[in-house]
Design a protein around this ligand. Structure first.
Ligand SMILES: Cc1ncc(COP(=O)(O)O)c(C=O)c1O
Length: 373
């Protein structure tokens, strides 16, 4: 059987990874500033993470959501404590798209409405509602196109004001747009959206799948604006590579048995992995590291004459290149052995592990200096 060919691949075969480093099968060592698309939060193969999953695997790896699983409660408690949402409720699932799909459903259940407002350049995943709320017609099939979604320009209060009609169930917005090229919503815009949603009895869904879990230097990116959304979606950094996602749900949203469900979500292994991530984030002060290193990197990037625009917060950084440097990403990989991310057409994205060090960062800046000289 052939693989369904949907991914353009680099000719690199990683076989081992540790911290911010990856080794391929030829023994070549790469610095990872991409984190497998913002997934590696505490560093590859962190010993506490490996131990937690291994220990759990020896006890019980899976049963079902029809029996008591105290690890789910432990995870919810720890997540509530570290994120500043101890009064919220947690629904566990397996991926980012699934988290958003469930959040969209919850908003519709809670309001009895169907319409969703989303933003230009948004990416929310590939399940039915999540992809319909994603601003990329190429990945929206005719089957997905039946949802009532309206896309608005980011940071445009007037556009949102006129679109926020009584039919709107929810506004969905990324803490910082990732796939869209690291576009940051203004704090004042987020504050206004939160209060406008409240007045309209619409719910606010914050997609923190890429920007959450400390990546921006706060647990959630929206916490820079001091708002409290109705629903917050998480995945990526939550499991440091173990597939897990979730929705943080405002205490006013009531559940009923059967309202949501999943076979795999919240398995013992997923909980063990997610708990290990939270414990390491806390013990090693990785959110503070993301804040400090991230600000220093942003300042340093701004000092390069060859770079057009630098955006982001913490270790979620994007910068634009002039047209004559569109090969920078491939040069960083092929010549300097550094993985970075991109956003079309000309943005480089940096999404390293939150445990990356200043010294590792210097290797990137040395390479950048040579490339942009
Ligand atoms: C902001 C955001 N939301 C949702 C998703 C979808 O997550 P997943 O690929 O786990 O379904 C992504 C993935 O890139 C994302 O960046």
């Amino acid at each position: 059987m052939k693989l369904f060919d949907v991914y353009p691949l680099f000719a690199i075969e990683p076989v081992r990874a540790e911290g911010s480093w990856i080794w391929d099968k030829a023994g070549t060592k790469y610095l990872d500033l991409y984190g497998g698309h913002a997934v590696i939060s505490i560093g590859h193969s962190h010993p506490a993470f490996v131990k937690a999953i291994t220990d759990q695997l020896h006890k019980i790896s899976f049963y079902s959501n029809s029996v008591e699983n105290p690890l789910q409660r432990k995870l919810a408690d720890k997540l509530g404590e570290l994120s500043g949402y101890p009064d919220y409720q947690l629904f566990l699932c397996n991926s980012g798209a699934e988290a958003n799909e469930n959040a969209l459903k919850l908003a519709s259940f809670a309001t009895g409405r169907k319409k969703i407002l989303a933003f230009r350049k948004a990416f929310h995943g590939r399940t039915s509602g999540a992809v319909a709320a994603t601003d990329n017609p190429k990945i929206v099939s005719p089957f997905n196109a039946g949802h009532q979604i309206e896309f608005l320009p980011l940071n445009d209060q007037a556009a949102l004001q006129s679109a926020l009609t009584p039919e709107v169930a929810a506004v969905i917005i990324e803490g910082i747009q990732g796939v869209g090229g690291i576009q940051v919503p203004n704090d004042s815009f987020l504050q206004w959206v939160a209060s406008a949603c409240r007045k309209n009895n619409s719910l606010l869904i914050l997609d923190e799948i890429q920007s959450g879990y400390g990546r921006t230097g706060k647990f959630f990116a929206h916490q820079y604006a001091g708002i409290r959304p109705d629903l917050i979606t998480i995945a990526k950094g939550m499991g440091n590579g173990f597939p897990v996602g979730g929705v943080l749900i405002h205490p006013d949203i009531k559940s009923w048995h059967g309202m949501l469900g999943t076979t795999f979500g919240g398995s013992y292994l997923a909980c063990a992995a997610s708990l290990a991530v939270l414990e390491v984030l806390e013990k090693e002060s990785l959110i503070a590291n993301a804040a400090q290193l991230g600000s220093a990197w942003i300042q340093r990037l701004k000092s390069f004459a060859g770079i057009l625009d630098v955006r982001g917060r913490g270790l979620m950084i994007g910068f634009d290149l002039p047209v004559n440097h569109t090969n920078l990403r491939s040069n960083l990989l092929e010549v300097h052995k550094i993985f970075t991310g991109e956003a079309k057409p000309n943005t480089i994205r940096l999404l390293p592990s939150l445990a990356i060090t200043a010294g590792e960062g210097n290797l990137f800046f040395d390479a950048l200096t040579r490339e942009l000289a």
